[in-house]
Design a protein around this ligand. Sequence first.
Ligand SMILES: [Mn+2]
Length: 424
Amino acid sequence: MRIEKSKIDKHNQSLLEGHKRKFEFTASGISKADEVLKKLIDFQVAIPSWALGTGGTRFGRFSGGGEPGNLEEKMEDIGLLHALNRSSGAISLHIPWDIPEDYASIRMLGAELGLKFDAMNSNTFQDQKGQELSYKFGSLQHVNKAVRKQAIEHNIDVIKHGVELGSASLTVWLSDGSCFPGQLNFRKAFRNTLESLEEIYAALPHNWKMFVEYKAFEPNFYSMTVGDWGQSYLYVSKLGPKAYTLVDLGHHLPNANIEQIVSLLLMEGKLAGFHFNDSKYGDDDLTVGSIKPYQLFLIFNELVEGMDAKGLDHSKDLAWMIDASHNVKDPLEDLLQSVEAIMISYTQALLIDRNKLNAAQDANDVVAAQEILQNVFRTDVRSLVAEARLRSGGALEPLQFYRENKIRQQLIKERGVKTLATGL
Ligand SMILES: [Mn+2]
């Protein structure tokens, strides 16, 4: 289904007066409101093709109905999000869950919906039907060369699909590692993985990037062969200039200082981008900003500061994606909440007075530095985010629009109650 522009206009009209009052009040306290709005309008967060269905755990999965049954429907769902918030203009494809059958028609659908094709994601963390060799004991790290070869070929295949769609990056997340002490020779596992990555790297087209994502634990519980940013950094440094480290918020041990990690990776020119989610305990894949919004703000503070120091374009030079699982919520509502949380934190980071913060740091004025950050964090910037949406043709209140227009009920009517999307 598609959302008629006239419905969005009607929705905006009904909320306009109240919005204008709030926006003018907030904007009056900001010296560069137009500059901030321009950046917000440009900022796009990719939605992965596996996030449109209800997620599950190893204990169960409870479908919500009206889930997209194929790639086209998944793209239509992201098109709905993008029509409402104008900030979800990209899709990140997972192979083999979403193999495009007709490249030209998928490309055309993307253009129609205003969606770009973000990073391609390979999958060697599970066995597919009819697959010759098993990944039970790893893929790129495997002790058996034939298994490594199969995994390398899969990644190269994913690049080929991406080339056809106009994507320009490959994300490699490996579940490789070991569950018990003694199971693995760490150095051999590292070398095998590096050699395998080198073969994949060699197959990258000249304008492509490779993102090496790390994760501290799960599904392996003793060691992960790309377990933290140091290990990822080691691989990408050895691979070459097209390889970068990808940071997923949920892939750290508890209380890791993620803002410091992104700062240093940016300094080294090795930050690929960011996978957003939130968590209380581990890789919980919860809605962005639902548990630790201050941490999210501090991460954006370092991202903005680091990108500006390098002269990077916030909207183009790094890859932004939501990587969450929606176990109890309507995935589309959850994604609207996540994008909103990202936009709020990004806006706040843009409002930080860098000169004042630098001066406070240089003077060892710890109190002033904290005040500068917390004053911004406690500023309600929602009307700025809404104004950016309004100016780019989106809805003032996407979630309210979604509910008032009964979008999920319409999707259930179109697709049925028992549809099941592939994914987490
Ligand atoms: Mn991720």
